[in-house]
Every structure is written in structure tokens, then in C-alpha cells.
Design a protein around this ligand. Structure first.
Ligand code: ZN
Ligand code: ZN
Length: 409
């Protein structure tokens, strides 16, 4: 594998397909210490494509862990307001977001869950006004990932570190189609496939979905006016961009008050620097009324206790079991990849773009229409080769959507 050649192709993909960068755009680039070679390649190509300014925001795992381990309790009680103002000003000044994520899935395993949960809540509440910029696509945004030694070691614990890094790069390049001769063309074709499913689902306009699989028997109503989406998103000014690289999902919003039955997660979830395993949920009238996890139940509890909307669903996403990510057979321990290997749901906030009036509704109207509202959005996977999803139309007729985990429409 030629890493530097692939990095160039990856940067090109992130800019052209991910951000759909235009002359005069500015970029807010979130990056960690391990992301510098890719960030520099992105900068070279972005300026060459006519970008005016790139502002980099660095985070460092060792410094994050140091804060969680050594800082006093009071440090977790407030979030500096000007951090939020800075991001908002950047968005208002034509900066679009590129997030190069490289999380260590187990970074915070020695930290008390209460501290992590409290901080998540403080940060999310303080940043609430930033959420619409992304959730309503007011700016173009794209998220891609790159390996770090800690992540690679966690995915391939039996390999020497340099082999683990190379193997994780290879798998990332494969699932984002950078190992193909023309990745941008491969993405155009892939996107057309997703758009076909999107169109079909929108035509069918189901009243509800029925999920059946091992440990799962769930009925999910969809709000009147829901919109299925796959592939690119569109900003209010009509610019297309790809929020996630990779993406394999076609998703919409569930009715926040009309979900009933049982769900069993089919993959562990890496979130907040911890791993949650063996999750099960019972829903009644849209709310989680019972739940369990064989590991990390304390983290799950913190997520559910974030606010009222955190106990309800804000996203339902269909992903074919034969997607390239799923075919690797790997647990990436990174939601960007794992959620695109499997059908998933999200607890918490719904995306405005998934409803005809999504960006126009106030909190009351959202509630009436079944659009969930929360300061959090946490995806978890319910998929696999034994999952069947059936759509039910208003007249009661049924259409099979996924059989044994794969598309049949
Ligand atoms: Zn999703
Ligand atoms: Zn999601």
C-alpha cells in the first residue's frame, strides 16, 4: 500500500465529495495530533481549489485524558461561552466543517462515568445554539476518520502496532473506496444506489416499520411528512455535500411518541471513550421504559438521563448487511464505521432534513408532529443477517424492505 498516494486520494475525496469545496469557501478543520499528514494534504489541495482560510482546532488524547484524570470537579461545571461563540462566528463567516476523527475508543475507561456524563451534558447544553448549523445543514460539513495507534491496537489487539496501523489504514481506504482506481467516480455510483432506495422509500410513504430479529420485535411509526435520505445532504443555498465518509445508510425520523416493542443491539457501541455491550431496550409510546447492558450500563444510563428526548428515538437508518464495511467483518469500535455496517437507530435529536417542515417547526410543533428534540444524538446498531424490516402503508398493505439484512426493494 502506498500511504502517501492514498492520502492524496483520501484528501481529494474529503474535499470534492465530502465538502464539495468551492472557491471562496473557508474551512474549520478539527484534527488530532495523528491527523497532521492528512490535514496538511487537505490544506494543500483546498487552497489549490480556491479556499481562503483554514482554521485548525487541535485536540490531543493525552491532554484530554489528563484533564479528565487530574482537573478539579469545578472544571467540569461550565464550558467557556466564547468557545461556542467562536464556532458560531466561524459558521456565520462562511467556514464549513471538516472533522478528522481519530478517537481512541477506550480513552476514558479509567475515568468515572459520572464525570464523563456531567461534562457531556454541560458541553451539549452550552453548545445548543451550534446544533442547528449542523443538524439543519446551514453549513456544509463532513466527517472522516484516520487511524491512531491506540485505535489500531484496540481493533487489532494481537498484531504488532505498525502492522495494526497499516491494517486499519487498509480497511479504511477500502470501505471509503479510496483503493479504487477513481474513488470520486465510485462514490457517484454508490450515491446513485443510495438515492434509488431513498426515492423508493419516499414513494412508498410508509406509516410504520416493523423490525423483527433475534431479541427484536419493534413497531416504529413514521411522522406524516417524514423524508428518507441517503448519500448527500443539501445546504439551504442548494450545495450538495456528504456529511459522512463512509456512508451506507438511508435514514429518516421515527415518530418520537409511537415506538413500541423490544430492541436488541447487535454490535457493541463505542461512545464517550467507553464501550457499551449487550444493550437491550423496551419501548412504550416512544419512550425507553426498560433497558440493560452487559457492560457499560452506567454510560448508557447517563445517555438516557441526558434529557427527556434522550429516551426517545430521533433516527432510524437502513443499511444493507452486504455493505462493504459489514463485509470486512471488523468491529471498528467507531460509530462512523460501525453504524454504516449495520441498520441503526439513534437516541435523541432528529435531523431537520428528515421532515418537510423540519427546519421550520418550533418545539411545540415538533412535539405535535413527533419530531424528537434533545441535546444529544447517540447511534446504536440493530442489524445483521437475521433482521427483517417490513413497511406498512396507510391502507394496511405490507412491503418487505430488508430480508435477512439485505434490500429487497
Ligand atoms: Zn445514521
Ligand atoms: Zn445518527
Amino acid at each position: 500500500m502506498d500511504l502517501s498516494e492514498n492520502l492524496k486520494k483520501y484528501a481529494d475525496l474529503i474535499l470534492r465529495v465530502g465538502l464539495n469545496v468551492k472557491p471562496g469557501d473557508n474551512i474549520l478543520l478539527r484534527v488530532t495530533e495523528d491527523g497532521l499528514p492528512l490535514a496538511r494534504e487537505i490544506a494543500r489541495q483546498a487552497y489549490g481549489a480556491g479556499v481562503h482560510h483554514i482554521h485548525s482546532v487541535f485536540t490531543d488524547d493525552a491532554m484530554t485524558l489528563a484533564r479528565f484524570t487530574h482537573a478539579p470537579d469545578e472544571a467540569f461545571e461550565s464550558y467557556p461561552e466564547f468557545f461556542v461563540d467562536f464556532s458560531e462566528q466561524a459558521y456565520l463567516h462562511g467556514f464549513h466543517l471538516v472533522n478528522l476523527a481519530a478517537p481512541n475508543p477506550e480513552l476514558l475507561k479509567t475515568v468515572s462515568p459520572a464525570r464523563i456524563g456531567a461534562w457531556q451534558k454541560v458541553m451539549a447544553l452550552a453548545s445548543e445554539k451550534l446544533m442547528p448549523y449542523v443538524m439543519e445543514n446551514r453549513v456544509k460539513w463532513t466527517m472522516a476518520a484516520l487511524p491512531t495507534p491506540a485505535w489500531a491496537a484496540s481493533v487489532f489487539p494481537d498484531l504488532p502496532l505498525s502492522d495494526a496501523m497499516e491494517k486499519l489504514w487498509e480497511n479504511i481506504f477500502h470501505v471509503v473506496r479510496v483503493d479504487q482506481a477513481d474513488p470520486v467516480a465510485a462514490w457517484r455510483e454508490h450515491e446513485e444506489n443510495l438515492k434509488n432506495h431513498e426515492n423508493r422509500l419516499n414513494e412508498l410513504a410508509f406509516e410504520k416499520l416493523i423490525y423483527q430479529g433475534p431479541g427484536t420485535d419493534l413497531e416504529v411509526y413514521l411522522p406524516e411528512g417524514h423524508i428518507w435520505l441517503g448519500g448527500c445532504s443539501v445546504s439551504p443555498s442548494g450545495e450538495r455535500f456528504m456529511p459522512n465518509i463512509p456512508t451506507e445508510e438511508v435514514f429518516t425520523m421515527p415518530h418520537a411518541y409511537k415506538v413500541n416493542g423490544r430492541l436488541k443491539a447487535t454490535m457493541p457501541l463505542a461512545t464517550r471513550g467507553r464501550i457499551i455491550e449487550g444493550m437491550t431496550f423496551v419501548f412504550k409510546d416512544g419512550a425507553v421504559i426498560d433497558y440493560a447492558a452487559s457492560e457499560g450500563e452506567d454510560i448508557l444510563q447517563d445517555i438516557l438521563d441526558t434529557d427527556e428526548g434522550a429516551r426517545r428515538l430521533g433516527e432510524v437508518a437502513l443499511v444493507a448487511h452486504d455493505s462493504p464495511i459489514s463485509q470486512t467483518g471488523l468491529l471498528f469500535k467507531n460509530t462512523l464505521f460501525d453504524e454504516n455496517a449495520s441498520c441503526h437507530f439513534a437516541l435523541g435529536n432528529a435531523y431537520a432534513e428528515n421532515h418537510v417542515r423540519g427546519a421550520l417547526m418550533d418545539k411545540e410543533e415538533k412535539k405535535r408532529n413527533g419530531m424528537n428534540d434533545s441535546i444529544t444524538h447517540v447511534d446504536f446498531m440493530v442489524g445483521g443477517p437475521e433482521l427483517n424490516v417490513t413497511g406498512v402503508k396507510k391502507d394496511g398493505s405490507k412491503v418487505k424492505i430488508l430480508v435477512n439484512g439485505n434490500w429487497v426493494i
